[in-house]
Design a protein around this ligand. Structure first.
Ligand SMILES: *[C@@H]1O[C@H](CO)[C@@H](O)[C@H](O)[C@H]1NC(C)=O
Ligand SMILES: *[C@@H]1O[C@H](CO)[C@@H](O)[C@H](O)[C@H]1NC(C)=O
Ligand SMILES: *[C@@H]1O[C@H](CO)[C@@H](O)[C@H](O)[C@H]1NC(C)=O
Ligand SMILES: *[C@@H]1O[C@H](CO)[C@@H](O)[C@H](O)[C@H]1NC(C)=O
Ligand SMILES: *[C@@H]1O[C@H](CO)[C@@H](O)[C@H](O)[C@H]1NC(C)=O
Ligand SMILES: *[C@@H]1O[C@H](CO)[C@@H](O)[C@H](O)[C@H]1NC(C)=O
Ligand SMILES: *[C@@H]1O[C@H](CO)[C@@H](O)[C@H](O)[C@H]1NC(C)=O
Length: 341
């Protein structure tokens, strides 16, 4: 073999390897990209960019909070992580928090380290039992699956008041069913709100009676821009918001679906709880929606108390993402106080 041929061969090999490394992530292979959450390829490959790590359910060495993973509904593999305070005493029933994690409907889980930490923290501080629900994620399970799963989880919680069915001792023995709260952050707050709507709807209620609703940086949106959302500087964030909904829920009624835009929900006045606490972050494009939610609730004639706390200088979901920051610590204190009777 002449050196020319060897050289040409090496060049070809180099070109070939360059070619494959480029085409492996050629943008034409991407069906949609919702960074920093998810990238979906035309060949069906789903790449989750965050929220795939798992923290084991161990007794937390600092808070002494215990946790365990349980199956709620084997048929659809609906699972949850349960939390019990270290000093729980069956003689003293305590409130229950049913929590829905965030992650744009596409990512994260109850076992994800930031959520595991968040729940340990609230359970220790508020002295409540918690159920952190692993609702199934889009796009494998497009919306409304997350709402159906979450509703199943709530009905399962309240089935502990009935005589039949398998009982989970942490719920049966410790929970004061007069004080069951739902809460969540971001997409999880959207789910929590929609659970309270169902709980207030006569034909769906099915024994679900909620006390409070906690919404941390809720993921609400709509067709019409409100206030500062008009600002062109955030066009990419607005596009992302719309892209999330369109891809998570291909068969929705659009951006004004009441599941995404509660202000347009004719059933808003029947929100099934007596108190609501909303957190919004000063640098979050979603902050206007938290205020709008309060206005809409007031206008609807809903008979309960709603408080919105704006935390200046903070980013979306700061309470979960930066738990050691002073504002996050204060939010945790206020959230815990809210869960008290
Ligand atoms: C799908 O496409 C991506 C990007 O082109 C590639 O990295 C991945 O290996 C492909 N997966 C399958 C199963 O073909
Ligand atoms: C290219 O796509 C694969 C998955 O198909 C992924 O594992 C890899 O991280 C991607 N690379 C870049 C630079 O995005
Ligand atoms: C069931 O759910 C758990 C946790 O949500 C997950 O780790 C597991 O892979 C799932 N199993 C199946 C068969 O989907
Ligand atoms: C409002 O509630 C009624 C009865 O509970 C239900 O039939 C209807 O679908 C709800 N409307 C919306 C937009 O969810
Ligand atoms: C645009 O988005 C950034 C990042 O979320 C935020 O800090 C800024 O306040 C937003 N601008 C407006 C006008 O809302
Ligand atoms: C509003 O709620 C209060 C207590 O929560 C109750 O006493 C009152 O009757 C309610 N009013 C209406 C119109 O439902
Ligand atoms: C917490 O609640 C206190 C008392 O209502 C309030 O002054 C403070 O601004 C709140 N702070 C945060 C970060 O929640």
């Amino acid at each position: 073999m002449s050196t020319t041929i060897v050289f040409a061969f090496l060049i070809l090999l180099l070109l070939h390897s360059l070619g494959t490394s480029i085409s492996a992530n050629d943008s034409s292979d991407i069906l949609y990209d919702i960074s920093p959450f998810i990238r979906v390829y035309t060949n069906g490959t789903i790449q989750r960019l965050i929220g795939t790590t798992v923290a084991p359910p161990l007794t937390d060495p600092i808070t002494r909070v215990q946790s365990k993973d349980i199956v709620i509904h084997p048929k659809v593999n609906l699972t949850a992580r349960l939390y019990l305070p270290g000093n729980a005493d069956p003689a003293k029933k305590i409130p229950l928090l049913v929590y829905f994690h965030g992650g744009a409907f596409f990512t994260e889980s109850a076992a994800s380290p930031p959520y595991h930490r968040h729940l340990n923290s609230v359970v220790a501080r508020a002295n409540v039992v918690a159920v952190s629900v692993n609702y199934r994620l889009a796009p494998e399970h497009p919306l409304p699956v997350c709402y159906e799963d979450s509703w199943l989880a709530l009905k399962w919680v309240f089935s502990h008041l009935k005589g039949y069915g398998r009982k989970e001792p942490w719920i049966k023995n410790y929970v004061d069913f007069r004080h069951v709260h739902v809460g969540g952050d971001s997409a999880g707050a959207n789910i929590a709100h929609n659970m309270a709507i169902r709980a207030g709807s006569d034909h769906e209620r099915g024994g679900v009676l909620l006390d409070g609703l906690f919404l941390n940086c809720p993921h609400f949106w709509g067709e019409k821009r409100i206030g500062f959302e008009e600002d062109a500087s955030n066009i990419s964030i607005k596009n992302m918001m719309e892209s999330i909904w369109v891809h998570a829920y291909p068969n929705s009624r659009g951006l004004d679906d009441p599941l995404l835009n509660p202000a347009l929900d004719p059933n808003l006045s029947r929100l099934g709880c007596r108190k609501v606490l909303v957190y919004v972050a000063g640098n979050d494009i979603l902050r206007g929606r938290g205020w709008y939610y309060k206005q809409a609730l007031r206008k609807s004639g809903w008979n309960g108390t709603v408080k919105v706390v704006l935390v200046k200088g903070e980013e979306h979901d700061f309470g979960v993402r930066f738990p050691d920051a002073p504002n996050a610590v204060q939010m945790m204190e206020n959230f815990s106080a809210f869960l008290q009777v």
